[in-house]
Ligand binder design. Structure first.
Ligand SMILES: Nc1nc2c(c(=O)[nH]1)N[C@H]1C(S)=C(S)[C@@H](COP(=O)(O)OP(=O)(O)OC[C@H]3O[C@@H](n4cnc5c(=O)[nH]c(N)nc54)[C@H](O)[C@@H]3O)O[C@H]1N2
Ligand SMILES: Nc1nc2c(c(=O)[nH]1)N[C@H]1C(S)=C(S)[C@@H](COP(=O)(O)OP(=O)(O)OC[C@H]3O[C@@H](n4cnc5c(=O)[nH]c(N)nc54)[C@H](O)[C@@H]3O)O[C@H]1N2
Ligand SMILES: [Mo]
Length: 724
């Protein structure tokens, strides 16, 4: 069995890491940057902003995690030189691992690799923008594709979608299609808004947290403070996860002496369903609550619709189906039902473990059904909370980087900028990739991100991106996608991170809180420009000047005025640059049983359960380690799962014994899409289920999508294991 080097997550190992990175880049400088008034770069929990770095929305200090230190240190230090590019041809760069790409350092000048060239070379900004613009002006806008990751500012994201639409296409989308889109679709159908119904304060009042399909000990470490404080107040935490994650059992809070020394217990009950067994499990919990008489009939009667239909479906579903389908024993289900029934208030939260499935949207509806049946909505301390990924992924979506526009937003775009509201609906992320694979994309603009590493079926992704005429990337650093997922011509423009920008920027947290980042200066010298300035440079070259004077939109204040006028709920952003007053977007936090649906009610949904698992030997999920941020790998080791390297397949001890495999034995993992030779790593995971690391394992992930959210099923790949 793989033995983690630590007995609890967080704690000293995390602190040591902070000091080691400090030694690399200068401890004082690192601390100064972490404390600067900028929203934290990593997850969407939303630290920093005007209260200063390492401070949360409630003003609590210090809130720092290993992730923010990694991300911060990574933007400081080494730079890529022209010599590096001359000595490494594309073949050599393509052979680099993610960690090696990251170690190359910051990109500080524009570069290009033309059709047929075998090297990237430096070129001046003016020429880079001219060449990029030429790719846009010589094709039909419908043959272009615009993508944004979730780390960019609201100002840049708003400008990106405006430029794309003024140019003539709705082909604008962001990484949420591969992330929390299922949550947005499901929540809109439940309560008429696609984001969390809670604010940070609700977490400090609730009696119960149900945490499903998420590993915040690695991915949202600041959330651990809330869970541990909840338990100290006498509340309870239920974890639903096929894998026993060390940090969801025991965690040491670096900011709390007692927890730091002794470690804190995180969960009261830990259920390990099959991968994809959640819809069965939530239905079982609902059936149990009904049988126990624990349904909040008053809330259900007055504030919801759809209960009678759902109830008869649940009554008609037998316990055997639910127990077998979920993989959780009846006694565990009963214990969980009792805990949910005993709690006066509760918050249900989840992440990719629920969204990355073909029935992702329905699984979240099944979760919402349980919360609604207990009346855990429309009251303080209650609600539904998708644990968002990137630090500004929610803002990027709010300000319009999406292939469809809300009616009022579209009206503003038409009135102010003359944007044609009859343009066809644009490509979502996967549709854009498919169009590229079919040879229907001539030019793509990427504001951050790594589409190559994030897509399923890496061979297909390489082909798709390689068929694009010109790819234009705006980035802080180079990643594998810039080498293995390039257009025939690829142009890369170096940009500033949010804490290096001359002008302030805004971001939106998962609690619907809009923050102001005041910017700063870069720690490395170079020609990097702000994201807005790079986009504006492109806009000036491709947009018709007769319809609107686009040059008035290059300043962040001007963009904030435009956002205040166009984006629902963003009015206060108009003056945030002067007042520094951060704000919660009105109408999203739900403390009254009155919901933004047409009938004002919250809606139950009858959920069809997925078919029993096929005859594949195993189901594989692809997950993150605590040493990476998405496709960017910082450390080979996964401290919390006890893996020294990433080329492993994590499996249950009984499964390994049945296959005659010891820890470290070489195996081939084979799917319909590909095969990888890795080593067996024995962990505590539900038998019949496997885990491997993203992004490497995208070589195995097939291209099945959830038909409602259009998100790939990154966490349910059918595979077999062959001893090598
Ligand atoms: N350090 C760090 N922080 C990050 C990121 C990062 O890469 N590194 N990425 C950011 C982004 S963009 C995102 S979206 C989030 C991702 O945050 P998470 O969603 O927490 O990350 P994952 O590792 O993809 O998967 C989380 C958990 O889902 C469980 N799981 C998998 N399949 C199932 C299932 O079928 N059912 C259930 N119940 N559980 C399942 C896995 O065992 C794993 O513990 O984190 C954000 N924060
Ligand atoms: N198999 C599998 N695939 C997955 C997932 C999975 O769990 N399993 N998870 C999915 C999820 S949840 C997500 S969100 C996607 C992630 O998809 P993306 O968001 O496309 O990928 P990232 O790896 O987050 O992008 C990192 C890159 O962004 C750039 N960058 C960093 N900071 C900045 C900045 O300040 N400005 C600019 N302009 N660029 C910057 C750098 O080039 C960096 O290398 O992947 C998805 N793919
Ligand atoms: Mo994500």
């Amino acid at each position: 069995m793989a033995k983690p080097r630590v007995s609890a997550a967080g704690g000293l190992a995390a602190m040591k890491y902070v000091f080691a990175r400090g030694r690399d880049v200068g401890t004082l400088e690192l601390y100064r940057r972490l404390r600067s008034r900028n929203a934290c770069k990593t997850c969407a929990l939303g630290m920093g902003g005007q209260a200063g770095g390492m401070v949360n929305e409630k003003g609590h200090f210090p809130e720092v995690c290993k992730k923010s230190v990694q991300a911060q240190a990574a933007d400081m230090g080494r730079v890529i030189t022209e010599g590096d590019l001359a000595t490494h041809d594309i073949a050599a760069l393509s052979a680099l691992t993610s960690a090696q790409c990251e170690a190359l350092g910051r990109l500080t000048f524009p570069i290009i690799c033309g059709e047929g060239d075998d090297h990237y070379r430096r070129l001046p900004w003016g020429q880079a923008l001219d060449l990029a613009a030429q790719a846009f002006t010589t094709t039909d806008p419908q043959r272009s594709f615009w993508y944004s990751s979730g780390r960019s500012s609201n100002e840049a994201a708003f400008l990106l979608q405006l430029v794309a639409r003024a140019y003539g296409t709705n082909n604008v989308n962001n990484c949420s299609y591969y992330c929390h889109q299922a949550s947005g679709v499901a929540l809109s159908s439940v309560y008429g808004s696609g984001t969390a119904s809670v604010e940070l304060d609700d977490l400090s009042r609730t009696d119960l947290v149900v945490l499903a399909g998420a590993n915040p000990a690695s991915n949202h470490p600041r959330l651990m403070t809330q869970l541990i404080h909840l338990r100290r107040r006498g509340g309870r935490v239920i974890v639903i996860n096929p894998m026993s994650e060390l940090g969801l059992r025991r965690f040491r809070l670096p900011s709390d002496a007692r927890s730091f020394v002794a470690g804190s217990t995180v969960s009261d009950l830990y259920l390990q369903p099959h991968i994809g067994g959640d819809a069965h499990l939530f239905t079982a919990l609902l059936k149990g609550l009904i049988e126990l008489g624990a349904v909040d009939e008053a809330f259900v009667g007055a504030s919801t619709s759809g209960w009678p239909e759902l109830r008869s479906r649940v009554d008609a579903t037998d316990w055997d189906t639910l127990v077998t389908g979920s993989g959780v024993s009846r006694s565990d289900i009963d214990a969980c039902v009792r805990m949910i029934a005993e709690a006066p208030t509760g918050i249900f939260m989840w992440a990719m473990g629920l969204t990355h499935h073909e029935n992702g949207t329905d699984t979240i509806r099944a979760l919402a059904n349980v919360a609604l049946a207990r009346g855990f909505l429309g009251r303080p301390g209650c609600g539904l909370m998708p644990i968002r990924g990137h630090s500004n992924v929610q803002g990027v979506g709010s300000v319009g980087v999406s292939p469809t526009m809300k009616a009022s937003f579209a009206q503003h775009m038409a009135d102010r900028y003359g944007i044609d509201s009859s343009m066809p609906v644009g490509y979502d992320t996967y549709a854009g990739m498919t169009a590229a694979h079919d040879g229907r994309i001539d030019v793509a603009l990427m504001l951050g991100g790594n589409l190559w590493g994030s897509n399923p079926d890496s061979t297909w992704a390489t082909e798709a991106l390689g068929r694009i005429g010109t790819t234009v990337s705006l980035t802080t650093k180079l990643n594998q996608g810039h080498f293995r997922g390039r257009g025939r011509t690829s142009i890369i423009l170096p940009v500033l991170a949010r804490d290096e920008e001359q002008e302030s920027t805004t971001q939106e947290s998962m609690f619907n809180y809009v923050r102001l980042s005041e910017g700063g200066t870069p720690n490395v010298e170079g020609e990097m420009r702000s994201e807005v300035s790079a986009l504006a440079g492109l806009a000036a070259r491709i947009l018709p000047m007769d319809r609107f004077d686009w040059s008035t939109l290059t300043g962040h204040d001007a963009l904030r005025k435009a956002m205040a006028a166009c984006v629902p709920g963003y009015a206060p952003v108009r003056t945030i640059g002067q007042t520094h007053k951060e704000f919660t977007i009105p109408g999203r936090v739900m403390h009254q049983p009155q919901f933004p649906t047409a009938d004002g009610l919250a809606h139950f949904h009858v959920v069809d359960l997925p078919q029993p698992r096929g005859d594949a030997d195993f189901v594989l999920m692809t997950v993150r380690s605590e040493g990476q941020f998405n496709t960017v790998v910082y450390d080979e080791e996964d401290l919390y799962r006890g893996n020294a390297t990433r080329d492993v397949v994590m499996m249950n001890a009984e499964d390994a014994a049945r296959l005659g495999l010891d820890e470290g034995a070489p195996v081939d993992v084979v799917s319909a899409t590909g095969s990888m030779r890795v080593k067996a790593a024995i962990v505590d995971i539900r038998s019949g289920n496997l885990a491997m690391y993203y992004p490497e394992a995208n070589a195995l992930v097939d291209r099945r999508l959830d038909s409602e959210s259009l998100t790939p099923a990154f966490k349910s790949v059918q595979v077999s294991i062959r001893p090598a």
